[in-house]
Each structure stands twice: as C-alpha cells, then as structure tokens.
Write a protein that binds this ligand. Structure first.
Ligand SMILES: Nc1nc2c(ncn2[C@@H]2O[C@H](COP(=O)(O)OP(=O)(O)OP(=O)(O)O)[C@@H](O)[C@H]2O)c(=O)[nH]1
Ligand SMILES: [Zn+2]
Length: 204
C-alpha cells in the first residue's frame, strides 16, 4: 500500500491546537488526516482513535449514530491527556460511501437494521480495512496506542499490522432515542463492546 505524507499544518480547535497531517493513499485516491497533539513519538503508548468518516454524524449533527459525539469526546480526551493522535479515515459508511449510506438509511427508515440494509444493497456489513493506519502511524513515529474504541475489529486490525494496542479505552457516548436501535445492532451483530450503553441516554 502506498500512503504518502503530503503536508502538515496547525489546526486550532475548541479543545486545543492540534497538528494536522495530510496523507494521500495513492491506490484509492483517498485523502486521510491525522491530528496529533503533544509528543507522540516518545515510544510510549499514546492515546489514539481511528475515526471512520461519517459526514452525517461528524459534520451534519446527525443523531442516527454516535460518530459526532465520539469524535468530540476523543479530541477532548486527547487534549486532556496532553498528547495523542486521531486518524480521520475516509471510509464513509463503513466503506460503502456516502450515497450508498443514504440508500442504507432509506432501507433503515423502512425497518431494516444497519447490517440488513448493507446486505440488501449487496455489501458486507462492514467493508472497512485499516491498512492505511500502519504507514500513517509509522510516519508519526507511533508504534503503540491506547485505543479509544468499542470495536474489537479495530484492535485486531492494528495488531495485524504489527502495532501494539497497549490498552482499549471504551468510548461510549451520544446515546439517544434515534440511535438506540443502531447501537444495539452494533453490539448484537457487529460485536461492539457497549456494555454500559444505557447509562447516559441524552434527550434529543
Ligand atoms: N453503512 C452504514 N454505515 C454507517 C451507518 N451508521 C454509521 N455508519 C458509518 O459507520 C462508521 C462508524 O465508524 P466509527 O466511528 O469508526 O465507529 P465504529 O466502527 O462503530 O467503532 P468505535 O471505534 O467503537 O466507534 C462511519 O464510517 C459511519 O459513516 C449505517 O447505518 N450504515
Ligand atoms: Zn455516524
């Protein structure tokens, strides 16, 4: 896989001033981003998140999923820790793309769950691969992470690329009445570890 670093700049956010590193995956043409804060290349495990693109949740305030809430919580946690990394991966809709995700939402509006909807459209339940993470993290000098995720596939994927996941840090936030079924399906069919899901349902 050829993932090349292109440029880096500052990215001030409400949580802190991150450094934004831009990468091009030459095979797919996808443009990925890493946000870092503090010293991430010390060799010690850094707080990290692999965040898959969700235009609807990350930018359009959608309550159908938990993505936007997780993005904010992860950046906040990194800022509080004083160092860490968030890889923003352009694998929208668990890899099926935005327009197909809207097709899948249409099927979900008619009663399908998130997995059934993908399958009815001829896709796998989760088509993501995380191969781009290895060269991105290597460029940043990161070999070990404390990974903020509820998704065991992300842990396995990083380990399969020779990266060390020193710890899994649960990232449960943003439960509301619109995403309750979606999150239950993630736990039931996709293996997400969402044991304390019902602790903090927010009104929407
Ligand atoms: N196909 C499809 N994709 C969805 C749906 N809801 C959210 N997504 C996508 O699912 C992905 C969620 O990614 P992440 O935030 O990395 O979350 P995750 O794999 O659930 O694991 P965590 O690390 O625990 O958050 C994003 O790419 C979203 O666009 C849906 O109903 N159908
Ligand atoms: Zn989402």
């Amino acid at each position: 896989m050829s993932v090349v670093f292109v440029a880096a700049s500052q990215l001030p956010t409400p949580f802190g001033v991150f450094t934004m590193h831009g990468f091009l995956d030459e095979a797919s043409g996808k443009e990925h981003v890493a946000l870092t804060l503090g010293d991430v290349a010390s060799g010690e495990p850094v707080l990290g998140r692999l965040h898959s693109e969700c235009l609807t949740g990350d930018a359009l305030f959608s309550l159908r999923c938990d993505c936007g809430f997780q993005l904010e919580a992860a950046l906040r946690a990194i800022a509080e820790a004083g160092s860490g990394v968030l890889l923003y991966l352009r694998q929208e809709g668990r890899g099926i793309g935005l327009l197909n995700k809207i097709r899948a939402y249409e099927l979900q509006d008619a009663g399908a769950d998130t997995v059934e909807a993908n399958e009815r459209l001829g896709f796998g339940a989760d088509q993501r691969d995380y191969a781009m993470c290895q060269p991105m993290l290597e460029h940043l000098g990161i070999c070990a992470v404390k990974l903020m995720t509820n998704n065991p596939r992300k842990v396995k994927a990083l380990e399969s690329y020779g990266l060390k996941v020193a710890e899994r840090v649960p990232l449960q936030t943003g439960l509301n009445k619109h995403n309750r079924k979606y999150l239950a399906t993630k736990a039931g069919k996709l293996g997400h570890m969402l044991g304390n899901l019902h602790q903090a349902e927010s009104e929407s």
